[in-house]
Write a protein that binds this ligand. Structure first.
Ligand SMILES: Nc1ncnc2c1ncn2[C@@H]1O[C@H](COP(=O)(O)OP(=O)(O)OP(=O)(O)O)[C@@H](O)[C@H]1O
Ligand SMILES: [Mg+2]
Length: 359
């Protein structure tokens, strides 16, 4: 925008710069800001700045602090809402108090490139861990069969019921370990791709969750649907996706058990302009499972997608790891945001990009 000659130079900057008045209404936006906010100056001038952010109150708080302390302040990881997608950005507010406005704003989108790199690094590390675990599981399975068989033979020889209790323990524990190893090994089947409806998948998951909740005395937990029914079919493995959302949903259910007014929301939306497995997609599928539970303890958040990491006494810690493996096999992305009262797992999947197969 080149309204006043003194602003002309700002239009040549790559950084988004805005001037706002004391009420945080936009007075001026340079060309980079127009581009970033996907709006022309006519829409921007006069509009309240906070409305462009998901967390409006945080922007207002920062501005209040800047005016109280009369020094600039930078806030990171703010999400600004664009029609196509939400963009994480950092925001610097500096006091100005002159004819041009009350505050100068600089907006910097968080580097997409860095985010992709971080995700890739994490992905590789997790894959290496999984291969290690899978090999270990194989190594444990073989002798385990032998141990179980020998214990059975021994049991037949024993006449004393007291002594047989010991062999029962060996057989029982061998079976438990066997089923754990089987679960560690299953995620490796190749996806069977067909055209499916995500809502059919979620309805199935919803029915299973509701059945679970009646069994586990979690009555009163509501499973709400918030579907965008205009979404097209997607190419994916139906059974694997059911498993993904069931594992996420079961965790939510367990987090809500015994609490009043627990609610799980299954939400579907279209996400625009997203990068998944290094591929840019004009449109992708976004599924969110949101619960009103206590949130995920912060020490677990970094590690919860790893196999065998659990916060529950009776948890095997495989649910999220399996979910992540399946989502990655579909070239998708799984992420989580959690705070007390609101935990949200987001799964992004390409609509029409056939999976690359097993990894
Ligand atoms: N929605 C949620 N709310 C609170 N905590 C959660 C939520 N989802 C996951 N967690 C935490 O993350 C941990 C790991 O979950 P994951 O599904 O991988 O394993 P698990 O549920 O412990 O065991 P499994 O799913 O194999 O029975 C859980 O034990 C729980 O502590
Ligand atoms: Mg689980």
């Amino acid at each position: 925008m080149t309204m006043a000659p003194q602003h002309f130079a700002l239009d040549t900057l790559a950084t988004a710069v805005l001037f706002v008045d004391a009420e945080l209404r936009i007075v001026y936006a340079n060309a980079a800001a127009e581009n970033l906010l996907r709006a022309g100056s006519r829409t921007l001038v006069g509009a309240p700045l906070p409305k462009f952010f998901l967390d409006c109150s945080r922007v207002k708080q920062v501005a209040e602090r800047v005016s109280a302390e009369s020094c600039p302040h930078t806030e990171h990881e703010l999400l600004f809402a664009r029609a196509d997608n939400d963009v994480p950005a950092s925001l610097t507010i500096s006091p100005m108090q002159n004819a041009l406005g009350a505050f100068a704003i600089e907006l910097r989108p968080q580097d997409q490139h860095l985010r992709v790199e971080r995700e890739e690094r994490q992905h590789n590390l997790q894959e290496a861990n999984r291969v290690l675990l899978r090999n270990l599981a194989h190594e444990i399975k073989n002798p385990l069969g032998g141990i179980r068989g020998a214990a059975q033979l021994l049991q037949r020889e024993l006449r004393d019921a007291d002594q047989r209790e010991y062999t029962e323990v060996i057989i029982g524990e061998a079976d438990r370990l066997q089923s754990l190893m089987d679960r560690l090994l299953t995620p490796h089947r190749l996806p069977r791709i067909e055209s499916i409806s995500i809502h059919e998948v979620l309805e199935r998951v919803r029915a299973l969750l509701l059945a679970d909740s009646t069994m586990a005395h979690g009555d009163g937990i509501e499973v709400e649907r918030d579907y965008d029914v205009s979404l097209p079919q997607l190419l994916a493995d139906r059974e694997q996706l059911i498993q993904v959302f069931l594992n996420i949903g079961r965790n939510a259910m367990q987090a809500l058990a015994g609490r009043e007014n627990g609610r799980i929301t299954l939400r579907t939306r279209a996400a625009r302009q997203v990068t998944l497995a290094r591929q840019r997609h004009r449109i992708a599928l976004k599924v969110q499972v949101i619960d009103t539970g206590p949130g995920i303890p912060s020490d677990l958040r970094e590690r919860m997608f790893y196999p065998l990491v659990s916060g529950r006494v009776d948890g095997s810690g495989l649910g999220l790891s399996i979910a992540q493996t399946y989502v990655h096999q579909h070239n998708g992305l799984i992420d989580c945001e959690s705070a007390p009262g609101r935990t949200s797992f987001t799964v992004l999947l390409p609509f029409n990009h056939p999976p690359a197969g097993g990894q």
